[in-house]
Design a protein around this ligand. Structure first.
Ligand code: CA
Length: 413
């Protein structure tokens, strides 16, 4: 969607202030430290550190954005952590790769981190991922510049994730809910474990945080399940499936049935059932967020969680999930990025989206057991998110000032 249609989307949702946040983001409030418009391939002779940030910008713009929020001493650490896992994921996702190559590489990927030089050609589906693996020696150079305490965490998580991906390679479908949780643990929950360990090691957060394994895992699971549920249509087109059979088999005999019957009651019930499962992690997410001390780490962790919650609200009971990939408005994304800066605002967002989902649940003429379970979760979330504040007035104030200056500047310059 172009910026024009994004503005119209915000206006028609009655959310005028989102436009100002979009302007803020566009004006560079969230400027990316390393901006490289050329293809990554032309940049490989840059120094290793610059290559890593260029690669990060190429493979994930949104992650490149949030990483700048982190305390400075954690940026290289988390950049390397992300790139190593992204490289591993590239190996996992390459369906053209023979299992005889893929399986040992997944199992041994963590051992490559002990080497000073290592790279591999022609693995990956997207060009930027191929370049990342072809120039993995640059990532190794930045990795070896990190203190040992961080390297140990990165290597440990890489080892565990590689083993998990290896074990799931031949599974065509995710069968049980237990398996769904396990798969999401390998690809996302472990990232939560790793980040908590890195935050503790940095001294910015308590030593206790790294031991909060259940909460850290839930942080990852909430994000991963949200994406899996939302990406139903995209994954179906790509002939992948991550929806757990244990749930969707209750409502249909094949997964593509929902795409053929988007308006069916069964389709919506199945979607809402999955959402109910994913929402159970939001309670842990809230507890994890409440335990953080460093304001920058808070924003880094909080922004994706609020976006996931907003996505839950968008996709609940929404038959468009079966027709296309839907995403939250750019304006809302910009607003969340610019304003999620304290536990008070975080709770306001969680409360707001939970209450919105609640309204939709209550529209159902008859409540299923899933609906009742979801209402219970929402009730708990809402009560934990009760805050005295009535809105992020201070940030609104600055937005209006900023917008006034912006308009004055545009008019008189
Ligand atoms: Ca993958």
């Amino acid at each position: 969607m172009g910026i024009g249609s994004e503005i119209i989307a915000s206006v028609s949702a009655g959310q005028m202030q989102e436009i100002f946040y979009m302007v803020q983001v566009k004006m560079g409030a969230g400027k990316i430290r390393y901006k490289f418009p050329q293809p990554l391939r032309e940049l490989v002779d840059l120094e290793s550190r610059e290559f890593c940030y260029a690669a990060l910008n190429k493979v994930s713009r949104s992650f490149a954005y949030v990483i700048q929020i982190l305390p400075e001493d954690l940026r290289d650490v988390v950049c390397v952590f992300y790139l190593v896992l992204r490289a591993l994921d590239t190996v996992e996702d390459d369906m053209t790769l023979e299992n005889s190559t893929k399986l040992p590489l997944l199992l041994d990927f963590h051992k490559k981190l002990d080497l000073k030089e290592w790279s591999v050609d022609k693995i990956g589906l997207k060009d930027d991922e191929i370049v990342l693996l072809e120039n993995f020696t640059h990532v190794l150079a930045l990795y070896h510049s990190l203190p040992k305490i961080y390297r140990e965490v990165i290597q440990d998580i890489t080892k565990k994730m590689g083993k998990g991906m290896h074990d799931f390679t031949d599974k065509v479908v995710v069968t049980t809910l237990e398996e769904w949780d396990l798969y999401c643990h390998y690809v996302a929950g472990l990232v939560g474990h790793g980040l908590s360990a890195l935050f503790s090691a940095s001294g910015h957060e308590s030593q206790d945080l790294k031991d909060q394994l259940k909460l850290s895992n839930s942080m990852g699971l909430f994000l991963q399940k949200t994406n899996i549920i939302r990406d139903y249509h995209e994954d179906l087109v790509d002939q992948r499936t991550f929806w757990p059979e244990e749930i969707w088999k209750i409502y249909a005999s094949s997964l593509d049935w929902f795409a053929k019957n988007p308006k069916s009651e069964k389709s919506r019930q199945c979607l809402n059932h999955l959402i109910c499962n994913a929402m159970s992690h939001a309670i842990d997410s809230l507890e994890y967020m409440s335990s953080l001390k460093n304001p920058n780490i808070f924003r880094f962790c909080g922004i994706p969680q609020v976006m996931a919650m907003a996505t839950m609200d968008l996709i609940y009971d929404n038959e468009d999930v079966f027709r296309k990939t839907i995403k939250i408005r750019k304006g809302l994304t910009a607003k969340i990025m610019m304003t999620t800066d304290s536990v008070v605002i975080f709770k306001e967002y969680f409360h707001h989206f939970a209450a919105s989902i609640e309204q939709k649940v209550l529209r159902n003429p008859q409540l299923s057991s899933c609906d009742r379970k979801l209402l219970e979760i929402i009730g708990e979330l809402k009560s934990k998110c009760q805050t005295k504040s009535t809105g992020s007035m201070s940030s609104y104030f600055w937005v209006w000032i900023f917008f006034g200056v912006f308009v004055a500047y545009s008019l008189f310059s």
